[in-house]
Design a protein around this ligand. Sequence first.
Ligand code: ATP
Ligand code: MG
Length: 360
Amino acid sequence: MNEIFLLKLGELVLKGLNRRSFEEKLMSNIRRRLTPYGKFHIYTRQSTTYVEPQNDECDMEGAWNALTKIFGIVGLSRARACDKTPEAMLETARTYFDGQLRAAKTFKVESKRADKSFPMTSIQLSQWVGGELDELYPDLLVDVHAPELTIHLEVRDYAAYVHADPQPGAGGLPVGMGGRAISLLSGGIDSPVASWMMAKRGVQLEMVHFFSYPYTSEEAKQKVLDLAKLLTPWCGRLKVHIVPFTAIQEELRRSCPEELFTILMRRFMMRIAQRVAFREGAGALITGESLGQVASQTMYAMRCTEAVCELPVFRPLIGMDKEEIIRIARKINTLETSNLPYEDCCTVFTPKHPRTRPKL
Ligand code: ATP
Ligand code: MG
């Protein structure tokens, strides 16, 4: 067991205090998210974060999968540690990448040397290990410009590491770095994607769901809780506030012009969500609205709903097409659950001719 993970941290443009809080937040998020997978030693050296399992009990697949979903990590690779000799690095590259070396047509070896006392230069080390591998795999050609497979050798202070190209990480900013916000989570496709996008910018989320029992069923509520659960690998732990909404809807239906029903209902949603935000110390609201998607998502309608809010309302999907939204929903694994057929409270009370240009 000498496999470790190497992580590249993102947002190199951040400076000073932001940079430090980025690193501190990210390290504590990584530690917390890896807890279920065993004991790991996690530390940062020379701009790379190392994740080393402390014993054979560690669930390496589970940990790897968790790391791919942590915002703030831009690239990750699986690496194997070995002795700091050219022979050990060659042997490790050969055994660790045997399958890939057989499958690839072209390759190159790239070396980095943090330990300047190592007796070969980076170029000499690459040439020697590359030359040996070239002989061991007769079908494989060296291509230094556009190789299919790059084998990286890193000579560090304590050991050498052999790894392949990093795969892309989740990117973004560490959750918690961007403050806390209340996300209005329905059972649809859009609001889980909107939530995910704001978490990607470092926002710690709490969810509010408006529940209209008996117009919407227990299954519809469970679906929302399931969606929140699907988001936790990305967003961290999530609190979901379930707000009983039936009485408000019934009263609106009884006493308001039908064509304004949706707008008025949405104003109540925003008011209540803002109350929750104040109580929980959150600084913004998030919705899954996209300009022009439905009658209540015209700019005139949004002006009317937003007028009840003091806090900023983030609408990360505002300029996106449904297709783009669906692509993200598929990637983050919420699409299938969102597509389950349970009614949500907006569809139950939808007016026949909603006003698209309401006046405040
Ligand atoms: P979604 O796919 O997210 O349900 P939608 O296209 O169905 O969005 P609307 O029903 O107009 O659009 O809702 C717009 C936004 O209002 C949603 O994205 C969500 O943020 C919020 N919202 C709607 N219904 C609820 C609800 N029952 N509970 C909490 N938030 C809601
Ligand atoms: Mg909806």
